[in-house]
Design a protein around this ligand. Structure first.
Ligand code: 13P
Ligand code: SF4
Length: 324
């Protein structure tokens, strides 16, 4: 699906216990001067071995600041690609090259170009969940944690296009009071939570607070007591006096919530029809075993055409400067 150097062998022995896994990964990281960056939606073992865990904004900051020669990006492809855009001289590995994202997939660069041509005078803000080729056509990148602030900073008379997440876009419009033209993309995970189950969970836990990621649909956000990026949700549960939270985002974040607040309760919301599709199928392709393989074999590596990388760099750099 994505460009990488080669695929790696999968028939080598891997350590069995968590301790063995941690030990082997530490050895490999020391040997290669590598850092492991992980998003909150990774499985618990990966979160526990990571050197740094964060939301998309924090991870891109960390990727631009690290002194490591190798970044093992435990997240999805657009996140690893962003690390490569910011640090082109570093080797950026992703444990599973097929860890994509429905938002990025639903916004092909050639279709996006045609869309932009229809609105020539617009300022283009793209959510970081998009390909490098889409970033290269954008004026500014945002993440879920800074989208509202960045949109508010654009002078009122300038019309804005916001892509590719229509749900995040609608929430930003409501929060900022700015009209924007939206690309019609969405996240398969945040659109799947069952409203019926949410109502039942709230009835069972009447004193709980509902906290949500802004990629959720409007109908779900209307039930929410607090809306924010993964990092903001994590800060919120530490500040709030509430002891039970119903969490409307990928349940991987609950691992860090339990670490930060071991005495509080966190309830995830199942998908429609009670399925477990509230887990991001792309994020969950990465495993600790694949982290070991990628470090041993220095592969799959993120490879980018320089012409695209350099164009995609400017709107990301602008975001980092504007959200200091
Ligand atoms: P954050 O900006 O909270 O890291 O979210 C990224 C993401 O992919 C949510 O689905
Ligand atoms: Fe993409 Fe949704 Fe997975 Fe986030 S949760 S990486 S937006 S598919």
């Amino acid at each position: 699906m994505f460009k990488s150097k080669t695929s790696y062998q999968t028939d080598l022995p891997v350590p069995k216990t968590r301790d063995e896994i941690k030990k082997q990964i530490n050895l490999l990281c020391n040997e290669k001067n590598a850092i492991i960056l992980a998003h909150y939606y990774q499985d618990e073992v990966i979160q526990d071995i990571a050197h740094f865990i964060g939301d998309s904004l924090e991870l891109s900051r960390k990727a631009s600041q690290t002194n490591a020669d190798v970044i093992v990006f435990c997240g999805v492809h657009f996140m690893a690609e962003t690390a490569k855009i910011l640090s082109p001289k570093k080797t950026v590995l992703i444990p599973d090259i097929n860890a994509g994202c429905s938002l990025a997939d639903e916004c092909p660069a050639d279709e996006f170009k045609k869309f932009l041509n229809k609105y020539p005078d617009h300022f283009v803000i793209s959510y970081i969940n998009c390909s490098a080729a889409v970033k290269a056509q954008s004026d500014l990148i945002c993440t879920s944690s800074n989208a509202v602030d960045l949109v508010k900073k654009i002078p009122k008379e300038i019309p804005i296009i916001f892509a590719p997440d229509k749900n995040l876009g609608r929430w930003v419009i409501n929060q900022s009071g700015r009209k924007m033209k939206l690309w019609e993309g969405s996240c398969i995970v945040h659109e799947t939570f069952s409203e019926e189950e949410l109502i039942k969970l709230k009835a069972k836990n009447p004193d709980s607070e509902i906290i949500a990621h802004p990629e959720c649909t409007q109908s779900l956000l209307e039930y929410s007591d607090y809306i924010g990026s993964t990092s903001k949700l994590l800060s919120y549960i530490q500040k709030s006096d509430t002891s039970t939270f119903i969490v409307l985002t990928e349940p991987g974040i609950i691992h860090q919530m339990k670490i930060k607040e071991p005495l509080k309760n966190f309830v995830d919301v199942p998908g429609i029809d009670g399925c477990s599709c509230n887990s991001c199928p792309y994020m969950r392709l990465n495993t600790a075993e694949k982290v070991i393989r990628s470090l041993e074999q220095m592969n799959p590596e993120i490879i980018l055409e320089e012409s695209i990388r350099s164009k995609a760099f400017n709107p990301i750099k602008k975001m980092l400067e504007m959200s200091k």
